[in-house]
Design a protein around this ligand. Structure first.
Ligand SMILES: [Zn+2]
Length: 203
C-alpha cells in the first residue's frame, strides 16, 4: 500500500480499477466490507489470492482453468474437428451453456481495439495457428461479440485462416449489434450458433 494513504481510500481506489465499478459503487462495496459480515473481508481476500495462485491459462486453448490442459481440451467426448473462437472465458462459458456446441474452444483474451492500442499481436492468435497446423480441424467458428471490435477481430481471424482449407464461419446475427455474448440469453445465443454463416473455406 502506498505510504500514508488511508486503507479505506486505498480499497476504494483498487475497486475502481475493476470494469463497471465507479467511485460511488466502490465506496458502497468498501463500506459493506467494513460493516458487513465479520468473515467477509478475509473470505474475499483468500478467494482473490486463490484465483491468482491456482487458476492458469490452458496452454492449448487459453481458457482460464485449474488444470492444463483444461477439461475441454482433454475431454475425449468433444468434437475435435471444430474450434469456437471467443474473446474471453465468460464468453466461452456462455457458448457452453447453450448446450448447442460440443467442439473445442480458443480464447483470444481480448479483441483488436486500435484506439486502445490493442493490436492482433496482443491476442492469443499464435496458439490458434499452431492448433490448425497440427491438423484435424475442419471448422473454425468465430463467436466474438457483435460489436465493431468483435466484427473487426472476426474478419481479421478469417483473413488469417484464408487458404488453410479450414471452413470459417461467423455466428449469425440475432444477437443485438453492440450486445455482449456473455449477457445474451441461452436461446438467442444458441440460435446464433446454429445459424452461423460461412465466411471462408470450401463448402
Ligand atoms: Zn483448453
Amino acid at each position: 500500500m502506498p505510504d500514508g494513504r488511508d486503507p479505506i481510500t486505498e480499497l476504494i481506489n483498487q475497486l475502481t480499477r475493476l470494469p463497471g465499478i465507479g467511485e460511488r459503487t466502490a465506496a458502497r462495496l468498501a463500506f459493506h466490507v467494513l460493516d458487513g459480515p465479520p468473515d467477509l473481508a478475509e473470505a474475499l481476500a483468500s478467494a482473490l489470492r486463490a484465483v491468482r495462485e491456482r487458476v492458469v491459462r490452458c496452454g492449448t486453448c487459453g481458457h482460464l482453468t485449474e488444470e492444463d490442459p483444461c477439461r475441454f481440451c482433454s475431454s475425449p467426448r468433444r468434437d475435435r474437428s471444430r474450434i469456437c473462437v471467443v474473446e474471453s472465458t465468460p464468453d466461452l462459458l456462455a457458448v457452453e451453456q447453450t448446450g448447442e456446441y460440443d467442439g473445442l474452444y480458443h480464447v483470444l483474451h481480448g479483441l483488436i481495439r486500435p484506439l486502445e492500442g490493442r493490436t492482433p499481436r496482443d491476442l492469443n492468435l499464435a496458439g490458434l495457428m499452431v492448433r490448425l497446423q497440427a491438423g484435424g480441424i475442419e471448422e473454425v467458428i468465430l463467436a466474438t461479440n457483435p460489436s465493431v471490435e468483435g466484427e473487426a477481430t472476426a474478419l481479421y481471424v478469417a483473413s488469417l485462416l484464408r487458404g488453410t482449407g479450414v471452413s470459417v464461419s461467423r455466428i449469425a446475427s440475432g444477437l443485438p449489434m453492440g450486445g455482449e455474448l456473455e449477457y445474451a440469453d441461452r436461446a438467442t445465443l444458441g440460435r446464433a450458433l446454429s445459424a452461423r454463416r460461412r465466411l471462408e473455406g470450401d463448402p
